[in-house]
Write a new protein. Structure first.
Length: 343
């Protein structure tokens, strides 16, 4: 009897199990799907609501273990990750190794006009021009100046601006007008170069500064045996010196003889000069030379020009030669004697 009851119980339990397994494999109904979708939307809404909440600032606490262990630090909720602090990026331009700040340096090139120890008559107006090169790394503007430093100003202004801008490695001609003192003697004038900030311009050698100077002589006469007179031509240059020489002052030999004359004219400033050679016959009476050419030259500054003239003489003669020049004044060189003796 008990066995029959036990068998029936087993059959009932097996039937229930079959029904349960069959229910798990049944297809979902629309109602089941809508319930699951609603549940998913509810969960999503909860998550979104939590995400929009403003998080509280994390609180850092330290707790000391009762038995002396190292304290533990808790930030925010236990097990939560800490939020790193915001950082600002800073752009830094590195300095190039060996990079130099622009510097002002100058180099003297030449005396364009009036070599040192040139001689002038008192009261003459002269123009001194120096040629200077920019050997620094900055461009000189027209705010750069030359300034009188020491010596004699000779009627010049204290400060003069550069006539043009000068880039590195370029050069500039710097001119100053002077008046020669009436008193006989030697005079010097020193000038320095300054940048737009009033600082002195240096030279290639460190610790030294650029200086220009002029040395002239004031004389009571021309100083070369020549004579200077008044009169002249419009726009003429001031003539300060004239000379003439001959390669063979005393010629003896077969004729025609060939003689070469070299003559020079020097001016103190810009202007025109007319000049030529003048021959004078000592003997024999009535001898005539071919007239040498006359030159007209425009001097752009205090320069010396040199010319040569070749004379062919078919007969014996004793004569003289000199230079006659006309600028803002007249000037006659000291005469030179020469002779030709034909065999």
């Amino acid at each position: 009897m008990k066995h029959l009851q036990y068998a029936r119980l087993k059959i009932i339990l097996l039937g229930i199990l079959v029904l349960i397994l069959a229910g798990c494999n049944l297809p979902e109904t629309p109602d089941d799907v809508s319930q699951q979708t609603a549940a998913a939307q509810t969960v999503n809404a909860v998550v979104q609501e939590q995400a929009t909440e403003t998080p509280e600032a994390p609180v850092s606490t330290a707790t000391q273990a009762a038995d002396g262990a190292e304290p533990t630090s808790t930030t925010g909720e236990q097990g939560g990750a800490s939020t790193p602090a915001a950082t600002q990026e800073v752009s830094v331009t590195p300095t190039k190794e060996g990079q130099e700040i622009g510097e002002d340096k100058a180099e003297f090139i030449a005396d364009v006009t009036i070599p040192d120890y040139s001689e002038f008559e008192g009261g003459d107006t002269i123009t001194k021009t120096w040629r200077v090169r920019n050997i620094g790394t900055t461009t000189w503007s027209t705010d750069y100046t030359i300034e009188f430093e020491k010596g004699e100003k000779l009627g010049a202004p204290t400060q003069i601006k550069l006539p043009q801008s000068v880039k590195p490695n370029d050069f500039v001609d710097i001119s100053v007008d002077f008046t020669v003192p009436n008193a006989v003697g030697e005079y010097s004038s020193y000038w320095i170069l300054k940048n737009a900030d009033g600082e002195r311009v240096g030279v290639a050698e460190e610790g030294k500064y650029f200086t220009m100077f002029m040395i002239i002589k004031s004389v009571s006469d021309a100083g070369d045996g020549g004579t200077s007179g008044t009169g002249g031509i419009p726009g003429g240059a001031k003539i300060t010196k004239a000379t003439v020489s001959v390669d063979t002052p005393k010629y003896t030999g077969s004729c025609p003889a060939q003689l070469t004359f070299t003559y020079t004219v020097t001016t103190a400033n810009q202007g025109n000069v007319d000049f030529n050679l003048k021959f004078g016959v000592i003997s024999p009476s009535g001898y005539k030379f071919d007239a040498p050419p006359e030159y007209s030259v425009n001097f752009s500054g205090g320069y010396t020009v040199t010319y040569t003239y070749t004379l062919f003489s078919a007969n014996s003669v004793n004569a003289t030669v000199k230079v006659e020049a006309v600028g803002s004044n007249t000037y006659t060189s000291e005469p030179v004697n020469f002779s030709v003796k034909c065999n």
